[in-house]
Design a binder for this molecule. Structure first.
Ligand code: T1G
Length: 691
């Protein structure tokens, strides 16, 4: 029984039980609707407490029902029915009251929660807006600015804040059920409060209020539709009567629910939950990680140390000499100092984290570490020497990981006596911020160690994706194609600014040349040198010349763009334009005028082709893995669902001929057989790859 009623004298306890997160499935909606009718008709009952069993209050509509024919009762009708009850309903909240769950609570006459509870309307993150009255009722209990922020960003807030905002009527320290029943009994003397939707809504007097918010939201949305539609719904709630605003909310909700963007965002939601679900790891218990160590205190090492400290793991930071160790500690301290400066961390918390960081010059200090992550210079011999040293000091079940981004982990692991305890953990810079973690299985990596890698990722708040071994694993391999295509566009008449504008228009935070200037052109130069040393041909005539001039980007005052001292604003460079013109002539190419859509296709379609190769070779297990890598590691727009979900939505039958045309004019590789096969089968989502 998903919804049950228990009578406790004059108070009824309505309990929802629909694991894992009490999603508002059809059965729950029907059960709640019936419960209101039953209790309204019961003269003995004078109040109802709505509570959920399991880990959380209702976490929203059942997202798995989306895309299917909606079954009655509609959630908005259930909420209206509760609100119209002749007796007070009190929501007892624990865990996360999200989306439709909070809307049901806003339909209740009172809301009570435990201190650890969170409430929110995250619908915009699924490409929709609240569809059961949230945009109309929230501004009637919370301050308008707070309501706008909660509805257009979708981030949940804690119980104390929700209480301060006026969303919750009480935060109870004791047993939720007992305390809420007591709260209900105290209210029996009171008149039934005004239903939320009937309460007054704050009026806006500030000139340009909505325009100001719309501009701010559009800047962050970068092409995602739902945040601006959510603002529109809140404006309706302020400017129209509640009934009309509710009807308009419904219209917007239904339009967005059936949109490509929402389908894409729902795909990402479930992909993030499927990433760690690998058949061969079912039933495997991960090892417990209570202590960690990082070898190397450079940018990556310090970021990884901070990521571990942020997960309350004590860390030993090892460097080869005093100066290196000082630099390493300073790098970690710098991360927390800037967090304190930005008000994202208290000084006390900074000290608490740093107190869990122990510096050492000796590998012997790692004899008890559960996990050791190597993050030293990207050189095979240097990395091997680290693992030779580690192999003789760590305990038998210690997990050893390399953070290499380009070297072969199997080659790095050769010195190890217990290679089954070794794997690749490829973090992305800044490692304490970037959500992506490529988990690289080496030949001998045991399932238990792999499972522990995924468990660690969850603990660090990372989205982990299994990657096979090739040059650049999944992300950097596709990125190499992206960079090559970007340079090719310069030889065909584009300037860096044209390409970057086009990709920002596609929904990326920055274009390829702005990113390279931020991270440094020397990183790609290092990889080109390594690839050429392996006998590979790498096309980058313009980048080579810029590196020849020591134009490494922002850090040298110039790269693809020029920069004024102390200013990160990219300025189109005459030097670069001249080099582009010379190399275009050298390459015998003719400058064309390419519009932004063509530029986007010239970059994204070859990435899709390379991604198909990666699936073909089994370097990535499923297309969803590649989608997550691109979204969490390279800023690919989440509302496009990731690279291959986008490819399916755009239509492989259109991408194939476009790639063939590019190949014919020598600007991209011809479509690979796997891509043709995927197109013949109607898309990547129809392929049965991996699990
Ligand atoms: N519908 C269906 N399944 C859901 C679900 C949902 N809303 N939320 C979670 N699950 C599944 C999830 O797929 C996973 O399944 C399991 O529950 C545990 O989730 C009208 C229309 C609640 C904070 O956006 O944010 O209401 O993988 O691994 O880390 O306005 O899940 O085990 O098979 O994430 O503890 C709005 C979405 C919906 C909340 C728990 N609600 N959920 O996090 O566990 S739209 C949301 C979450 C809406 C109305 C509209 C999180 C969580 P499996 P998990 P977790």
């Amino acid at each position: 029984m998903t919804v049950s009623i228990e009578t406790l004298g004059e108070v009824a306890l309505v309990t929802v039980d629909n694991p894992p997160v009490n999603a508002l499935s059809q059965a729950v909606r029907a059960g709640l609707s019936e419960a209101v009718d039953t209790l309204d008709a019961d003269p003995q009952i004078r109040a109802a407490v709505l509570i959920c069993v399991g880990r959380t209050f209702m976490a929203g509509a059942d997202v798995r029902e989306f895309g299917k024919t909606p079954q009655p009762p509609a959630l908005s009708d259930v909420v209206n029915r509760i609100e119209a009850a002749t007796k007070p309903w009190i929501a007892a909240i624990h865990g996360t009251a999200l989306g439709g769950g909070l809307e049901v609570a806003l339909g209740c006459h009172y809301r009570v929660a435990v201190p650890s509870a969170k409430v929110g309307l995250p619908e915009v993150t699924l490409g929709i807006i609240p569809g059961a009255g949230g945009t109309v009722r929230l501004p009637r209990v919370a301050d308008l600015e707070h309501a706008i922020e909660m509805i257009t960003i979708g981030r949940p807030i804690g119980a104390e804040t929700a209480h301060a905002y006026g969303i919750l009527d009480a935060v109870v320290e004791g047993d939720l059920k007992e305390d809420t029943i007591a709260f209900a009994r105290e209210r029996l003397r009171d008149a039934l409060p005004l239903p939320v939707s009937k309460r007054p809504v704050p009026q806006v007097s500030e000139e340009g209020f909505w325009e100001k918010h719309a501009a701010r939201i559009a800047k962050h949305a970068r092409g995602q539709a739902s945040p601006l539609r959510a603002l529109e719904a809140v404006r309706n709630a302020v400017e129209l009567d509640a009934e009309t605003a509710l009807a308009k909310e419904r219209e917007i909700f239904v339009a967005l629910r059936d949109s490509d963007q929402s389908a894409a965002l729902r795909h990402v939601f479930f992909a993030e939950r499927a990433a760690a679900k690998l058949r061969e790891l079912e039933g495997i218990v991960p090892r417990e990680i209570k202590s960690a160590a990082v070898i190397g205190g450079g940018t990556m090492g310090a970021g990884i140390a901070a990521a571990l400290l942020d997960a309350d793991l004590p860390v030993v930071l090892v460097e080869q000499d005093e100066a290196g160790l000082e630099r390493g500690l300073a790098n970690v301290r710098q991360i927390y100092d800037s967090a304190v400066k930005r008000g994202r961390l208290s000084a006390e918390k900074r000290e608490a984290k740093l107190s869990m960081l122990a510096p050492s010059l000796h590998y012997a200090a790692l004899s008890d570490a559960d996990l050791v992550i190597e993050a030293v210079f990207e050189d095979l011999d240097v990395k091997r020497s680290v693992f030779v040293a580690l192999d003789s000091v760590v305990k038998p079940d210690a997990i050893l990981a390399t953070n290499t981004s380009y070297l072969d982990p199997n080659a790095i692991a050769t010195p190890l006596s217990r290679a089954e305890n070794f794997l690749g953990l490829h973090f992305f810079s800044p490692a304490n911020i970037m959500k992506l973690l490529e988990i690289v299985k080496a030949e001998a990596t045991s399932p238990e160690v792999l499972k522990t890698g995924f468990a660690l990722a969850k603990r660090l708040g990372k989205t982990a994706v299994l990657a096979g071994i090739c040059d650049g694993f999944i992300g950097n391999r596709i990125y190499k194609t992206y960079r090559r295509q970007a340079e090719q566009l310069l030889l065909d008449g584009c300037q860096p600014g044209d390409v970057d504008r086009a990709m920002r228009g596609f929904g990326l935070p920055m274009g390829p040349f702005e990113v390279q200037d931020l991270s440094g052109l020397d990183i790609a130069e290092f990889q080109r040198k390594a690839a050429r040393a392996r006998g590979e041909t790498v096309l980058a005539p313009i980048a080579d010349r810029l590196c020849g001039l020591k134009r490494y980007g922002q850090k040298t005052g110039g790269g693809w763009y020029d920069y004024e001292a102390g200013n990160r604003m990219p300025i189109p460079s005459e030097t670069v334009a001249a080099i582009i013109a010379e190399e275009t002539e050298q390459a015998g190419r003719t400058a064309k005028s390419l519009d932004d859509e063509i530029v986007q296709q010239r970059l994204v379609f070859p990435m899709i082709n390379e991604a198909a190769r990666i699936l073909e070779e089994g370097i990535a297990r499923r297309s969803l893995d590649i989608d997550l890598v691109e979204i969490h590691g390279y800023g690919f727009p989440r509302w496009r669902g990731g690279l291959l979900f986008y490819a399916d939505q755009y239509g492989l039958e259109k991408i194939l001929p476009a790639l063939e045309a590019m190949a014919a004019e020598g600007t991209a590789n011809a479509p690979c057989p796997f891509l043709k096969d995927a197109s013949a089968k109607g898309g990547f989502s129809n392929l049965t790859t991996g699990d």
